[in-house]
Design a protein around this ligand. Structure first.
Ligand SMILES: *Cc1c(COP(=O)(O)O)cnc(C)c1O
Length: 442
């Protein structure tokens, strides 16, 4: 290893000659027939100004791209893959189900099996309905909450992302924040007028809003640990406060645990913080990598749903046998290996703190939030507790870091405002490798 004229280390050169040529070609081809070449905006790597690698294979903690580059994957399909890629028990369950027919649009036994597994893990749920995405889960939960209360307004928090339903695309995090747009074109004022977006972790804002709108608020929907403006935990007592104030005003408290469910603990954030919301939305992990979402709540609320109640909600592929089988295999494995969560938290802390130390040594301003196996490094020195503080991050510095890590075989979410995930497939060696890559990328 030696220094060359432009100041780059030879080891850097070695990585930089890694070719992304095939991915580039594939992206050009896709971009001709798919908007931006992608089926979900953040995948385009726009905010880190490079073309996205095209993934051709995943196994355990690793993925490979079309050019043969190998990466340690810290995205995990944005949350679902808590056991890593192509986990043998999940693969086998899906293979078996597929062999017997991929879809019937009819009742299958595995639906109740997965529902029972979810309800057992989340005591606040007495019934669940399966859908095909997190977006559908939150969209449906709002409809049910409005029907149940007979009220119009919903309260959400700035920087929280609950999928792309019209009434929820107001000050949403995730890709909306990444692209720096306030909401979305095509969402009518009329559709967003009953959405009240408040700062997260600010009890006074919620109190004032209930004071003003009183009995007009149907529900408060919240990511109990936010993942979609980067990882932002609730301040001490904040979730209890939300529980109390919604109860007092007869509004439905919805925990959107699409990301945190089965991730922060087997029973999600509500188990971790000891809170029982009225409704919960789930997704990601419960599908084991296949498209699944779910919403649930107590009997009074869930008996509002058709065909036993007046709230219509349906889906051709809802409760799909392959998706149910994948989810069930994953939940069974997690239930049988409760030690996973402890291990995940330790490995994650080692990664988070390892890179923070490197940053300190190099004088790079970096802070971090971690809860269990989800975390974010924010490129700033301040504490991040809501969208206003999150958005102070140096996204250019993040983009440079991201590219450096990618070139060194570490695959991170291509946005400052997304959570990073560690899976049970990551070894301590994978963690140490990522810290070493950060030494050269910060
Ligand atoms: C990912 C996510 C959603 C949306 O789920 P999709 O399956 O992408 O529609 C909703 N809420 C939260 C908290 C999420 O993280």
């Amino acid at each position: 290893m030696g220094r060359i004229a432009n100041g780059r280390l030879l080891s850097d050169i070695f990585y930089l000659v890694n070719s992304y040529e095939k991915s580039k070609q594939l992206h050009a081809r896709a971009s001709r027939v798919i908007p931006g070449g992608v089926n979900s905006p953040v995948r385009a790597f726009k905010s880190v100004s490079c073309d996205p690698p095209y993934v051709v294979k995943g196994k355990g903690a690793y993925i490979w791209d079309a050019d043969g580059n190998q990466y340690i994957d810290y995205v995990g399909s944005w949350g679902p893959l808590i056991l890593g890629h192509a986990h043998p028990e999940v693969v086998q369950a899906v293979d078996r189900a597929n062999h017997d027919g991929a879809s019937f649009g009819a009742c299958t036994p595995v639906e109740a099996e997965l529902a029972e597994a979810v309800i057992e893990a989340f005591p606040s749920l007495k019934k669940v309905r399966f859908v095909s995405s997190g977006t559908e889960a939150t969209m449906s939960a709002l409809r049910v909450a409005r029907a149940f209360t007979g009220r119009k307004y919903i309260v959400k928090f700035e920087g929280c992302y609950h999928g792309h339903a019209d009434s929820l695309l107001v000050k949403a995090g995730s890709g909306v924040a990444t692209l720096g747009i306030p909401g979305s074109a095509g969402v009518l004022e009329e559709q967003a007028q009953f959405t009240l977006a408040l700062p997260f972790n600010d009890p006074a804002a919620v109190e004032q809003t209930f004071e003003k709108y009183k009995k007009l608020i149907a529900c408060v929907i919240v990511e109990p640990v936010v993942g979609n403006m980067g990882c932002v935990p609730p301040a001490r007592g904040y979730l209890h406060f939300l529980r109390e104030i919604t109860q007092k005003h007869g509004a439905v408290l919805i925990f959107d645990e699409v990301m945190t469910g089965f991730r922060l603990s087997f029973g999600g954030a509500q188990q971790l913080y000891g809170i029982r919301p009225d409704m919960t939305t789930l997704g990601k992990i419960i599908g084991g990598g296949l498209p699944v979402g779910a919403y649930g709540g107590n009997l009074d609320i869930m008996n509002m749903v058709a065909p036993i109640g007046p709230v219509y909600q349906a889906g051709t592929l809802s409760g799909n046998p392959l998706a149910m089988a994948a989810g069930l295999a994953m939940l069974k494995h997690l239930k049988n290996h409760p030690e996973i969560y402890e291990q995940l938290e330790q490995n994650t802390a080692e990664l988070v703190n390892g890179v923070l130390q490197v940053a300190r040594k190099k004088g790079v301003e970096l802070s971090a939030n971690q809860v269990g196996s989800m975390f974010t490094w924010f490129f700033q020195s301040g504490e991040v507790r809501d969208w206003d503080t999150a958005s102070k991050s140096d996204t250019q510095a993040f983009a440079k870091f991201h590219r450096g890590m990618l070139d060194r075989g570490v695959y991170l979410p291509p946005s400052q405002y997304e959570a990073i995930f560690v899976s049970a497939a990551h070894t301590r060696e994978d963690i140490q490798k990522a810290v070493q890559a950060a030494e050269q990328s910060l």
